[in-house]
Ligand binder design. Structure first.
Ligand code: TYD
Length: 223
């Protein structure tokens, strides 16, 4: 399976000494995995360490992205390829307008979902083909991929129970769909362990946070 490649040759450990770039971390996983809690905990930790942090999400991290989010998650029927293109358009705009400029100013960027969500949900979930969607997404984000992607792994059953009663278009899909999405996140991460951290999302939030911080410390990007 094709996979993400970074847009430059630097590694995670090189980031803090580079004045040109902030740290770029993505949180991925099924719906109900607890990504937003981990984004919040890591933001607080990085800010306490004196770093400037931008927190964002896909879809919806920009004004245009919010409109795309409403269309694709809360509108009427969207064909699978149109869905992939709408998510790609959100990402292209988000990267150009917010993520790249922030990183260039040395600001850390934490995003709740990124390209792997499209590869898993549209590529595997919708059966559009992960290689095709990967190519589309690589073009959309201009080859910019995170330094580290944290996959919060959750079973469809646990995810559904945690989400409660309200579901967007994707969340409303049956458990088979979510099982394919989950499997794909795990395959993407297994193919590039140096750029992924997979965690069992049923662990207590504080424990998950400690594991994330330990990984960033091991890479030398935080003290
Ligand atoms: P998310 O914002 O995490 O949901 P929530 O409403 O719980 O905050 O994600 C919205 C939905 O969009 C989620 O079901 C996953 C889906 N999605 C895709 O299918 N492709 C993508 O590229 C992205 C970013 C999200």
């Amino acid at each position: 399976m094709a996979n993400s490649t970074r847009d430059d040759a630097s590694t995670l450990a090189e980031q803090p000494s580079s004045p040109r770039r902030g740290l770029f971390v993505a949180f991925e996983g099924g719906d109900g995995a607890g990504k937003s809690t981990q984004v919040r905990l890591l933001t607080a930790m990085l800010e306490e360490a004196g770093r400037e942090v931008v927190v964002t999400r896909q879809p919806g991290g920009t004004p245009l992205g919010s409109e795309i989010r409403d269309l694709v998650l809360h509108g009427g029927h969207v064909s699978p390829r149109a869905e992939a293109l709408l998510f790609a358009a959100d990402k292209a705009h988000h990267v150009d307008e917010l993520i790249r400029p922030s990183l260039a100013r040395g600001i850390d960027v934490l995003t709740d979902r990124y390209t792997d969500s499209s590869i898993a949900y549209q590529g595997a979930g919708r059966s559009l083909g992960s290689d095709e969607v990967h190519q589309l997404l690589t073009w959309a984000v201009g080859g910019l991929f995170p330094d580290l992607t944290i996959v919060l792994d959750v079973s469809p059953e646990v995810g559904r129970a945690r989400r409660g009663a309200t579901h967007d278009r994707l969340e409303s899909e049956h458990d088979d769909f979510h099982a394919r999405v989950r499997q794909h996140f795990l395959e993407i991460a297994a193919a590039a362990p140096e750029r992924y951290l997979v965690l069992d999302a049923t662990l207590p939030p504080e424990q998950l946070h400690r594991k994330i911080v330990a990984r960033l410390r091991a890479e030398g990007v935080v003290q």
